[in-house]
Design a protein around this ligand. Structure first.
Ligand SMILES: [Zn+2]
Length: 229
């Protein structure tokens, strides 16, 4: 991709429209269900920077080295603005809908939504694909918004099971229907890099609601999710 396009993509990614009100409604809903992350306070970029400095020093690294001097600030910006922006419900994306005037009432399925997350036990990358389906009622969601919702909940220190449930319940709340399916297939780099060092393992989690809980629908969804590797 030419550099100009990359810059445009980046600006688009940073400047997406947000809906904090919806974000905090969802926060309350996820708390009620006991599935929100253990978030205790807002993020403080300056304290994160100081902490990264302490961490590097504790590892025996000379933080005044020319190459490393700016690392604490750089990492702090990266953590708060990108890697963990989903900890802040002010960043929840604005969701757009279209009226389902055409009466489409079969599943809408988004496959292979790529995401990157971070394992909260080792702070190492989890990379994977999400498969999401819903049955529209009166309104259909803008398709790219499903990617945004997946990305928002991925951008936290996470465990895959909880992320699956958060995406499921966020969609259930937003679309006001039980007919939702979410499946995540992911590689945990803490498994590939340490301990058992298995390079091939991936982990699958899913949650089905409403009509997707019926065996025929469940099978159709899982087959479609398997179809495209
Ligand atoms: Zn881990």
């Amino acid at each position: 991709m030419p550099l100009n396009d990359l810059i445009k993509e980046y600006i688009k990614m940073k400047n997406y429209e947000k809906n904090p009100k919806l974000g905090y409604e969802l926060a309350a809903e996820l708390k009620r269900l006991g599935i929100d992350n253990p978030i205790k306070a807002g993020m403080d970029q300056e304290v994160v920077s100081q902490s990264v400095h302490s961490l590097l020093s504790a590892l025996g690294i000379a933080c005044d080295d020319e190459s490393i001097q700016k690392t604490p600030d750089r990492v702090a910006r990266f953590f708060t603005d990108e890697l963990f922006y989903g900890l802040n419900y002010d960043n929840f994306p604005k969701i757009t809908f279209n009226h389902n005037s055409y009466g489409y009432n079969e599943p809408v399925i988004s496959r292979n939504i790529s995401f990157k997350s971070t394992c909260e036990h080792h702070l190492v990358t989890i990379s994977g694909k999400a498969f999401v389906a819903y049955m529209p009622k009166d309104r259909v969601i803008g398709l790219s918004k499903i990617n945004r919702i997946v990305d928002f909940f991925a951008r936290r220190p996470q465990v895959q099971e909880r992320a699956t449930l958060q995406i499921f319940h966020a969609l259930k709340y937003i679309l006001q229907t039980d007919d939702i399916a979410v499946m995540i297939r992911a590689t945990h780099h803490c498994i590939t890099m340490r301990g058992v060092s298995d390079q091939n393992v991936d982990n699958i989690t899913y949650q089905f609601g409403g009509k997707f809980g019926e065996p025929v629908m469940k099978k159709e969804f899982l087959d479609l999710a398997k179809d495209k590797e």
